[in-house]
Write a protein that binds this ligand. Structure first.
Ligand code: HEM
Length: 310
């Protein structure tokens, strides 16, 4: 079965409804990663992915790119420091007018293995927000979804970055690269910052202005472009390609396949861009990860609402 075809179609709306129930509705904004800033840049591949894929942007010609950095919170006014997981969504503009998206976050694991688990955990978060977290209920959730423990624990320990440019971003999901002979290789992506990693202590982060990351990027770009290496992690025999709650083994081979240079800010308040993690070009296929395919539907629901005044 490809992805999650057996899921009931309403589950994507239910997931977005669940997010709205937890935080409220902010018309015009994305239902997750609501506050973000858009930039433009150029991605230059180094040819090292060519034996693995025919994807146009991973050969030897540079392509323009649009980049959106975001806070993960669904609340657009949420202070940057209170929403430690950050997003980096990249749209590569391929020759011939095609586009492909690569969406990554600063955490390597997701807390839900299935869309049903996501919806149930979102409802639990709502009950925890209304009062004290019900520990018995949390225990019940972890018993039912033991695979969620690692991702939830990691979320708890996340710290805010000094800059969007000082984080490593992970695709979490696996994809298959397809080469000219039709050979398929499971990979995951990582963006590694040229500036190195830098996180803030909790107290230090709390003293920063609510939108310090926006200002920081503005200042940084005045000094010159912001760069990231694009790495691919090569999945081994025991690395599951369909489970976003499991990190791949430590020893997996990592290959740098290109470099992104972010050059300018794009002025947009309410942007109508849609980054879809399943939007892949010839030479790249989605894995069967049910969360990956579910995101395609949930993002369409959020896009439809936010671009129609809701
Ligand atoms: C059940 C799982 C998930 C649900 C229901 C969900 C839901 C959403 C929604 C509704 C949006 C707003 C879409 C839009 O209006 O354009 C969004 C954006 C986003 N999500 Fe997810 N998400 C899920 C999993 C993930 C995972 C695993 C990642 C890790 C890469 C991720 C990273 C992002 C990022 C970076 C954005 C912002 C994209 C942009 O800048 O346009 N999400 N998510």
């Amino acid at each position: 079965m490809e992805g999650n075809e057996s899921l009931k179609p309403e589950l994507a709306s239910e997931a977005v409804d669940a997010i709205e129930k937890v935080v409220g509705t902010y018309p015009g904004y994305r239902r997750a990663h609501a506050r973000g800033y858009v930039y433009k840049g150029v991605f230059t591949p180094n040819g090292k992915a060519s034996p693995l894929t025919v994807a146009a942007h991973l050969q030897d010609e540079a392509v323009p790119a649009v980049i959106r950095f975001s806070n993960s919170s669904p609340v657009p006014t949420h202070p940057d420091a209170d929403s430690p997981v950050k997003g980096m969504a990249v749209k590569f503009r391929l020759p011939g007018g095609e586009e492909t998206d690569l969406i990554a976050v600063t955490i390597p694991l997701f807390f839900a293995k299935t869309p049903e688990a996501f919806v149930e955990i979102a409802h639990f978060i709502k009950s925890a927000k209304d009062g004290f977290p019900n520990l018995k209920e949390l225990g019940g959730i972890l018993l039912k979804y033991p695979e969620s423990k690692a991702g939830l624990q990691m979320l708890k320990e996340m710290r805010s970055p000094a800059s969007f440019a000082t984080c490593q971003y992970y695709s979490i999901h696996a994809f298959y690269l397809m080469n000219a002979e039709g050979r398929r290789q499971a990979i995951k992506y990582e963006w590694v910052p040229d500036s190195g990693l830098s996180m803030l202590e909790k107290k230090e982060a709390a003293e920063h202005p609510a939108d310090y990351l926006k200002e920081e990027m503005e200042e940084r770009l005045k000094q010159g472009p912001v760069g990231f290496k694009l790495n691919i992690q090569i999945g081994g025999e025991n690395d599951p390609a369909d489970d976003p709650t499991i990190a791949w083994s430590e020893g997996t081979q990592v290959i740098t396949v290109g470099h992104l240079m972010i050059t300018d800010k794009v002025d947009t308040t309410a942007d109508h861009l849609l980054f879809d993690p399943t939007n892949t070009p010839e030479g790249i296929e989605c894995s069967n990860d049910p969360i990956l395919h579910f995101r395609h539907r949930a993002y369409a629901v959020s896009y439809e609402r936010r671009t129609h005044g809701q």
